[in-house]
Design a protein around this ligand. Structure first.
Ligand SMILES: *[C@@H]1O[C@H](CO)[C@@H](O)[C@H](O)[C@H]1NC(C)=O
Ligand SMILES: *[C@@H]1O[C@H](CO)[C@@H](O)[C@H](O)[C@H]1NC(C)=O
Ligand SMILES: *[C@@H]1O[C@H](CO)[C@@H](O)[C@H](O)[C@H]1NC(C)=O
Ligand SMILES: *[C@@H]1O[C@H](CO)[C@@H](O)[C@H](O)[C@H]1NC(C)=O
Ligand SMILES: *[C@@H]1O[C@H](CO)[C@@H](O)[C@H](O)[C@H]1NC(C)=O
Ligand SMILES: *[C@@H]1O[C@H](CO)[C@@H](O)[C@H](O)[C@H]1NC(C)=O
Ligand SMILES: *[C@@H]1O[C@H](CO)[C@@H](O)[C@H](O)[C@H]1NC(C)=O
Ligand SMILES: *[C@@H]1O[C@H](CO)[C@@H](O)[C@H](O)[C@H]1NC(C)=O
Ligand SMILES: *[C@@H]1O[C@H](CO)[C@@H](O)[C@H](O)[C@H]1NC(C)=O
Length: 814
């Protein structure tokens, strides 16, 4: 193995945590251990700085599984969208917004998968921001069924950040009760139609309509399903466990009881008499609670959440998984058993769950299989697990290279739902989480024990999992049967932050971690202040702030795409500003913020398509860059940029000095014969931690507009007009270290004599109303909201309402 760096251990320059914002170029070659080649595995991917900074590397005898592993981190990277200062990152399902998505393109259906996959990034803020978008922010978790609370608890088992998880408890309880309406107390189970279980055209729809092809066939009838009930059981158990750790005995017993009762009630969905499988029971006209005829892949979901891990359930269920008349197909598992009359492997387009192979379901199923194998309840072998994982990896290809779209034909090589400019690199499943926790066996747990329990074929003589973030350490696990591959001795060797902590025979181990990263006692937990924020991102689009404009723009490549928070470098979908076709010698991209921030650099994500030898590219790194402020003063000037530029990656351009800026002009001189392109401009500044928050930094949810009013009492004058009764703004990133009961003061101006009542909610919980009176003269005045409960960390404060002549300057925490 020539590319293996056979040095023992480099000095530990840097370990577990990553600060938010600007990209970590300085850290890109920092390694806690350096056994594996950092460059070759990611050669074909864009955004290599991000990958080097964030991902654990692996080395396994199965090239197919390994290639898809690196690809899937490039998929995750494409879906990390920056929303706005104070709200931070989210994870998208589609690379571009779809009209049925919630705020910023959020869709709760696969959020559990998102969190489980992103928990292996060294930047822990991606998941924290995203989890808070659900627990406190505007993310709507009452649309599709989900297991977000359980996933957040799993992620805390990986990061060891118990304090953050515990601070999310009130939000999790709120999210749980949003589903009360779908609970049937008579049977003790939840019901939903398959559409809201994110599985259109599922068996219940076909059975109810007998396949006549109407809307009911698509949405399906209300049905008690294994999926939602397993999710809710796991969510309740997670909430109960957090409450128990905090000593909230009543809450903990309430949620443990929900979990226990649900776990019992799910047995009602086990068709013991006939199919020996967890199946649907359609709600209407079914007084006998008859099970549906037909096994669906949702029947595998409960096992991964700890349900049915005994031979009575696991044995017959896994038999179906490997049965060619059941779910076993070449590119499967299929979502419906093959012997069913409604099974159709050939249908394409969105969104059929009558057999099509969905990574969403395969991911759940592989986790269930790992749980079943570890429970010892069946005779399923590691080879069988490897077979199924290999099928999953093979399925994730297109034209011979790794690729994932929405759904795949179960029996033939092709994606059944893969529309162009829409389904590319679809983020609706986990894969790397399966490789790490299943195949390579790093089992996340709450205590200080590192548990390694791989499910690998017995003939594997080596594997490596390098620099995986775990409980604040970077862990490296090397298995080397003969000792000649990594030269650390035969057997299993484990490092924490570059220091060896274990060497032993066999492939499994439980190892005590060095204790220096132990969690603070719960009651003393203080939420760390937010770090850097990207103030250039505009999640709302044209007509909103910040603004982007350019001296020339190719018609497909609106400048707004350079500040939309999406960052990927693909040619399709298009997510860039370019000067393609420009008649000018040089072109300028201008970013305007509604108010100044202290800035000392800018991050440019440069697009280039001339790096691919198989196409005649037209966009290349710029020859030179000059950056000026709103007055034309130079901030940075690099005349030989082409030689320094990282194409299709992020670069930091440092300014000559830090200054207060509300405008930057980035002037590009192209190389001869080429145009220039920018996928994203990021402007990172220290986060505002209060006590005063500007209204123009808040989320402009609905019917508000930035306007300039010099009487606002701020030097820059930018305020928000809330001009309609339906106006809504949301202050995010309202920081509290310890959690507190506070008084909020909203500074406003109002010029009419009739009063206006505004609703106020904090972290999506109603806090009360305030009344705006006509303000005297032209000045702003404050109205107080008392007794507001702020949680530890970042809070969201939403103001509903407004009217003609209502302006907000900001919010203070008194
Ligand atoms: C699917 O297509 C194959 C040929 O492409 C055909 O043999 C098979 O019968 C079809 N299956 C169904 C259920 O239509
Ligand atoms: C989807 O993929 C299949 C197989 O790779 C291909 O036949 C089909 O044309 C693709 N459809 C679209 C819209 O890209
Ligand atoms: C791709 O999709 C986006 C978002 O739906 C749309 O705005 C854009 O026009 C599409 N591009 C093409 C080339 O169809
Ligand atoms: C976290 O780890 C503990 C074992 O330490 C386990 O009991 C618990 O189920 C895990 N939580 C989740 C949500 O996986
Ligand atoms: C910029 O920093 C200076 C010095 O710390 C401070 O006085 C000023 O308020 C800051 N400006 C902004 C817009 O934050
Ligand atoms: C290079 O371009 C070809 C043709 O568009 C494409 O198939 C291939 O994936 C590209 N390679 C890379 C590394 O982007
Ligand atoms: C206010 O926003 C709602 C949706 O958020 C929209 O339907 C309505 O047209 C908006 N009204 C105005 C006056 O912009
Ligand atoms: C509180 O404010 C909201 C938004 O303007 C309004 O719809 C509601 O009627 C108000 N409630 C009270 C009690 O004034
Ligand atoms: C209040 O301000 C709004 C918006 O500037 C304006 O349209 C309206 O005429 C003003 N009303 C009065 C009474 O001045």
């Amino acid at each position: 193995m020539s590319n293996l760096i056979v040095v023992a251990i480099l000095a530990v320059l840097w370990t577990g945590t990553i600060a938010q914002g600007p990209p970590l170029l300085a850290n890109s070659n920092v390694k806690a251990t350096a056994f594996l080649d950092r460059d070759t595995p990611i050669q074909g991917f864009f955004g290599q700085t991000f990958l080097k900074d964030n991902i654990p590397y692996i080395d396994i005898p199965d090239k197919n599984i390994q290639d898809v592993y690196y690809y899937r981190f490039s998929v995750l990277q494409r879906h990390l969208r920056y929303t706005t200062a104070g709200t931070g990152y989210m994870i998208t399902e589609f690379m571009q917004p779809v009209d049925y998505a919630g705020p910023f393109g959020t869709i709760d259906a696969a959020a559990g998968h998102h969190i489980e996959e992103a928990q292996w990034l060294r930047g822990t803020f991606y998941n924290k921001d995203y989890i808070q978008l659900w627990t406190r922010g505007p993310g709507d978790s009452a649309r599709y069924t989900h297991w977000i609370m359980n996933a957040a608890a799993t992620a805390a088992n990986v990061t060891g950040d118990v304090g953050f998880l515990q601070a999310q408890l009130p939000g999790m309880v709120r999210m749980w009760h949003q589903w009360d309406y779908a609970f049937d107390p008579d049977v003790g189970l939840y019901y939903v139609n398959p559409l809201w279980d994110a599985q259109e055209y599922s068996l219940p729809g076909f059975v109810t309509t007998d396949g006549v092809g109407n809307e009911l066939e698509r949405t399906g009838p209300q049905t008690y399903r294994p999926s939602i009930n397993a999710y809710m059981m796991a969510n309740a158990r997670a909430i109960g466990a957090i409450a128990a750790k905090l000593g909230y005995l009543r809450l903990s017993s309430e949620f443990s009881t929900y979990a226990r009762d649900l776990q019992k009630a799910i047995n009602t969905l086990w068709d013991a008499a006939d199919q020996q499988f967890f199946v649907d029971a359609i709600r209407a006209g079914n007084p006998g609670f008859d099970p549906i005829q037909g096994r669906e892949q949702v029947g595998f979901y409960p096992f991964r959440f700890g349900i049915g891990l005994d031979s009575i359930h696991s044995e017959p269920a896994t038999r179906q998984l490997f049965d060619p008349d059941g779910f076993f197909t070449r590119y499967g598992p299929s979502t419906l058993e093959r012997r069913n009359q409604y099974y159709d492997p050939n249908k394409s387009g969105c969104c059929f769950w009558q057999g099509q192979s969905w990574p969403f379901s395969t991911a759940h199923t592989l986790k269930s299989l790992a749980s079943i194998i570890r429970s010892g309840a069946t005779s399923v072998t590691a080879e069988q697990y490897h077979d199924l994982l290999s099928i999953y990896a093979t399925t994730q290809h297109k034209d011979g290279v790794p690729y994932v779209a929405e759904s795949h034909f179960p029996e033939k090589d092709g994606w059944s739902a893969n529309s162009s400019n829409h389904s590319e690199h679809y983020m609706h499943s986990t894969y790397n989480d399966i490789v790490i926790t299943g195949l390579l066996g790093l089992i996340p747990r709450a205590d200080d024990i590192l548990e390694i329990s791989p499910i690998i074929p017995p003939d594997w003589t080596y594997f490596a999992l390098e620099n995986v973030p775990y409980h604040g350490f970077l862990i490296t696990v090397l298995y080397d049967e003969g000792g000649g591959r990594y030269n650390t001795g035969p057997g299993l060797t484990i490092f924490a932050d570059g220091q060896p902590i274990y060497n032993g025979k066999g492939t499994s181990a439980t190892v005590q971690l060095p204790s220096n990263n132990a969690q603070q006692p719960d009651a003393n937990y203080q939420a760390p202040p937010p770090l850097e924020v990207n103030v250039a991102a505009n999640p709302y689009g044209l007509g909103h702030w910040p603004r982007a404009s350019a001296t020339y723009t190719y018609r497909m490549d609106d400048p707004y795409k350079a500040i939309d928070g999406y960052l990927f470098y693909d040619s399709v979908p298009d997510n860039r500003w370019t000067s393609y076709g420009s008649p000018n010698d040089d072109d300028t991209l201008t970013i305007q913020l509604p108010r100044p921030w202290n800035l000392s650099d800018v991050v440019l994500a440069i697009y280039a398509d001339n790096t691919n030898r198989s196409i005649a590219g037209t966009i290349a790194c710029p020859a030179a860059i000059e950056i000026t402020d709103g007055n034309g003063e130079t901030l940075a000037s690099i005349s030989d940029y082409a030689s320094k530029c990282l194409p299709n990656d992020k670069s930091i351009i440092a300014f000559d000095r830090e200054s207060e800026l509300d405008t930057i002009n980035v002037n590009f001189t192209p190389q001869d014969g080429y145009a220039v392109g920018v996928c994203e401009v990021e402007m990172w500044a220290p986060a505002n931690t209060g006590p005063w928050y500007n209204a123009v930094d808040a989320l402009a949810v609905a019917n508000t507009t930035v306007t300039f009013d010099q009487s606002a009492g701020t030097s820059f004058g930018a305020v928000l007009a809330a001009y309609a009764a339906t106006s809504e703004i949301e202050f995010s990133g309202i920081y509290s270290a310890t959690g507190e009961t506070a008084t909020l003061r909203l500074d406003y101006k109002y010029n009419e004599t009739s009063e206006v009542s505004l609703g106020v909610s904090v972290n999506q919980v109603v806090a009360g109303n305030v009344t705006l009176q006509e303000t005297v003269g032209s000045g702003y005045t404050g109205v107080e909201v008392r007794g507001v409960h702020l949680l530890k960390g970042s809070n969201f404060v939403t103001i509903y309402g407004g009217g003609d002549g209502v302006f907000f300057a900001g919010l203070g925490v008194l």
